[in-house]
Design a protein around this ligand. Structure first.
Ligand code: S3P
Length: 172
């Protein structure tokens, strides 16, 4: 409890490659609480990797699994730092869940920085094909998707420790 209110989770949102999972782990250490990654939770609950869920069942089912996983994670009693997938914000139901249960922090980064970061990892079904084209298109589609956050941090020129510190200061 804090000020007579139940403690809230910290929910990290942002486009793919903005550092949510890494920041989430380090922020949880900094705040001495647990970290949770919703993508990892989906894989655990569904028993299938994310590209396999997209390929075998389609994006719609992936999104349903994402909402179910997010709801389960945010229902936890103890404070968690929750890293969400880049598209979790697309559903009004998810946005409502995040705002109800958490202090929502958006991480942003310049497109070229995003491209450099995601090019290390081929596990993202929505970025198959021409990577640069896909990133620019999705960034445009999601231009305002992260605007509902309580706090936004542009990570382009910041080290991960600085990002963690800024969030910790905003939360405590
Ligand atoms: C997605 C982002 C991914 C993952 C899935 C869809 C998206 O998570 O949830 O591939 O729609 O932006 P990361 O943001 O952790 O890469």
């Amino acid at each position: 409890m804090r000020d007579g209110k139940p403690l809230r989770h910290i929910v990290l949102i942002g486009f793919m490659g903005t550092g949510k999972s890494t920041v989430g782990r380090l922020l949880a250490e900094r705040l001495a609480c647990a970290a949770c990654d919703v993508d990892a939770e989906i894989v655990k609950r569904e028993g299938e990797a994310i590209p396999a869920i997209f390929a075998n069942r389609g994006e719609r089912e992936f999104r349903a699994a994402e909402t179910a996983a997010l709801g389960a994670v945010l229902g936890a009693d103890d404070t968690l730092v929750v890293a969400t997938g880049g598209g979790a914000v697309l559903s009004p139901e998810n946005r409502e869940l995040m705002l109800r249960h958490g202090f929502v922090v958006a991480l942003t980064a310049d497109p070229e920085q995003v491209i450099a970061r995601v090019s290390q990892d081929e596990n993202r079904p929505l970025l198959q094909g021409d990577l640069r084209e896909r990133v620019y298109k999705l960034l445009e589609d999601r231009k305002h998707a992260y605007d509902f956050a309580h706090m936004t941090i542009d990570t382009t020129h910041l080290g991960v420790d600085e990002v963690v510190e800024r969030i910790a200061q905003g939360f405590i």
